[in-house]
Write a protein that binds this ligand. Structure first.
Ligand code: DX5
Ligand code: ZN
Length: 217
């Protein structure tokens, strides 16, 4: 079964508690929280303070996706805020291995995200060190964009690399995931579906989560 991670980027921040409650009561597995700095991506969202509030409103896994430069400056703050999984972008990290070690040393799971143009082979030397690979299936920065089709081939290639090495690394797909394309994404080898608009803009978000959850390989 797919791991489902609703992205709060598409939630209503005026009634955030209600959206947290909805996700708590749903079959969703993770809370996906998108941190943007206006430098790595052309948008600004929220930081550890908001995540700290959200953390108190859920017992589910807190999956924090950092789209920021110099993540090492804030890794401890996100740990304190309650992140369980902390994902940094390969393109934002000159010393990626050091960033991964820092995240793990604080007891969090470490993820690495790849922009659409970055080949999965770029992870070859760190794959055995990380818990999660987040493949961006849109250019990061905004919700509600169209899924980039080439992502499916990247998923297949990465899954092969992971399986050949006998690793348990999870593949998370983020951007443009819909009820229509999710079966192909899972079939290609992904484990985790992030969904912002598909969940929060649907008529019955809980049911949409349940439908995503049902998808098997
Ligand atoms: C985009 C974010 C995504 C975003 C996905 O940069 O990383 O998590 O919320 O939104 P949808 O699912 O609407 O494409
Ligand atoms: Zn994200």
């Amino acid at each position: 079964m797919a791991i489902v991670a609703p992205s709060f980027l598409s939630a209503n921040f005026l009634t955030l508690e209600a959206d947290c409650k909805m996700v708590n009561e749903s079959e969703a597995d993770w809370f996906h929280l998108d941190v943007m700095d206006g430098r790595f991506v052309p948008n600004i969202t929220f930081g550890p303070m908001i995540i700290d509030f959200i953390r108190k409103a859920t017992t589910k896994v807190c999956d924090v996706h950092l789209m920021i430069v110099e993540p090492e400056k804030y890794v401890e703050d996100f740990k304190k805020a309650g992140a369980d999984i902390l994902t940094v972008h390969l393109e934002a990290c000159t010393h990626l291995h050091r960033n991964i070690e820092q995240i793990k040393s604080l007891g969090m799971q470490a993820g690495v995200a790849l922009n659409p143009h970055t080949p999965v082979e770029a992870l070859k030397e760190v794959l055995h060190d990380i818990d999660l690979v987040l493949i961006m299936s849109v250019n990061p920065g905004f919700g509600g964009q169209k899924f980039i089709q080439q992502t499916l081939q990247k998923i297949t290639n990465l899954r092969r690399m992971i399986d050949e090495k006998g690793l348990a690394t999870k593949i998370e797909i983020d951007g443009g995931v819909t009820l229509q394309n999710a079966p192909d994404i899972i079939k290609a080898g992904a484990h985790v579906l992030v969904a912002g608009n598909t969940v929060f803009k649907s008529k019955d978000p809980k049911d949409t989560i349940a439908q995503l959850k049902k998808i098997t390989r």
